[in-house]
Design a protein around this ligand. Structure first.
Ligand SMILES: *[C@@H]1O[C@H](CO)[C@@H](O)[C@H](O)[C@H]1NC(C)=O
Length: 121
């Protein structure tokens, strides 16, 4: 069972690799939006979103209530929250992999996120 699953995964990976030999897909950052509901400390939910690296990203639904922002990957980007939907008005500290940004112990509205590469390679 495990061997069969691994074989399928390996085949899929090989197929994907051969299908995209030189041109990688547009980079996206995987961001977890943690929402705190009311006062109970353990009353929290997580939503994972994919944020394109580069442009301003607005998502009124996912970002309507944000307590903490986590970046799961890649570790080559940094993301910043903004209060306005057009990527203006600083909304909190930037966050990177392993360094989440706590915006509020309750939840606040985030207008947009901008994720940028850490290094211009
Ligand atoms: C949400 O995800 C972050 C990062 O993976 C994790 O540290 C946190 O415990 C999660 N919170 C909940 C409520 O699952």
């Amino acid at each position: 069972m495990r061997a069969a699953s691994f074989a399928v995964l390996a085949t899929t990976a090989a197929t994907l690799a051969s299908a995209t030999p030189t041109c990688a897909a547009p980079p996206t950052a995987t961001v977890v939006v943690e929402t705190a509901h009311g006062g109970a400390f353990n009353d929290r939910t997580n939503v994972t979103i994919s944020v394109p690296v580069g442009p301003v990203y607005a998502n009124g639904e996912a970002l309507a209530a944000v307590s903490t922002l986590y970046l799961l990957g890649p570790d080559t980007v940094t993301c910043s929250p903004f209060k306005a939907q057009d990527g203006t008005v600083n909304g909190g500290l930037p966050f990177t992999v392993g360094h989440p940004s706590l915006l509020s112990t309750n939840s606040v509205v985030v207008g947009s996120l901008i994720c940028t590469p850490l290094t211009l390679a």
